[in-house]
Design a protein around this ligand. Structure first.
Ligand code: FMN
Length: 201
């Protein structure tokens, strides 16, 4: 049995099964749906997650990532939550914060930033890793209405809302409806490494 940072006994360890040891934060990060609706996010932890995103590498150091940050109980949180797909709305309302991850797809002159989605994904990976390190959990979502987010926050055409990430304190799987509880405790799986490496000498 492991005890997570929120002090919740986890009878179903979520740690990645790897051939070689990984950094703890990479092996232990996973995407829960059961968040503690009573736990707020500390400003310092939110700042740290955003700082981590800020310090990701990017093509020509273009930093084509932007974030719309809403803490639970704020109008921004409500507007992000309203844009989520219903399956995500069902659990993401308990997260301490919802963040829209936005790619800047062109520069101010209209020149394309071909790596903007790649760079944004990498910065969100940093954000999630830092959040995990700070005792939080994060869950990325592609299921949301991009036009609704665009309209709600008046995003320019240059900006593409790519994903939403829920961040918060882990709660027990038993707090979820049965269908989601089953997914919460199901074994985490990945394709074998041999299938991922196309050539290796
Ligand atoms: C770009 C992206 C979109 C995702 N969209 C959703 C989503 O809409 N709803 C959801 O519940 N999970 C979503 N996920 C979470 C994945 O299902 C999850 O990361 C994957 O199953 C691996 O599980 P793990 O993060 O616990 O290792 C998304 C993850 C990513 C990276």
């Amino acid at each position: 049995m492991t005890i997570d940072h929120a002090g919740i006994a986890d009878a179903h360890p979520r740690t990645a099964d790897t051939r070689t040891p990984l950094l703890d934060v990479l092996a232990e990060r996973w995407s829960p749906r059961s968040f503690d609706a009573g736990a707020a996010i500390e400003a310092r932890a939110l700042d740290a997650a955003l700082e981590a995103a800020r310090w990701a590498p990017s093509a020509s150091n273009s930093q084509p990532w932007r974030f719309i940050v809403g803490r639970r109980g704020t109008p921004t949180f409500g507007r992000i939550h309203a844009a989520l797909a219903s399956g995500n709305q069902a659990w993401a309302d308990k997260a301490a914060a919802l963040i829209v991850n936005v790619a800047e797809t062109t520069d101010l002159d209209g020149s394309p930033r071909p790596w903007s989605h790649y760079d944004l994904g990498q910065s969100v990976a940093y954000l999630a890793a830092q959040a995990h390190h700070d005792g939080l959990h994060a869950h990325q979502m592609g299921g949301f209405d991009r036009d609704a987010v665009r309209g709600a926050f008046g995003l320019d055409e240059r900006f593409d809302p790519v994903s939403v990430i829920a961040i918060g304190a882990l709660a027990s799987p038993d707090a979820l409806p049965e269908r989601l509880r089953e997914r919460e405790v199901a074994p985490r799986r990945r394709m074998p490494l041999d299938e991922l490496v196309l050539h290796r000498d």
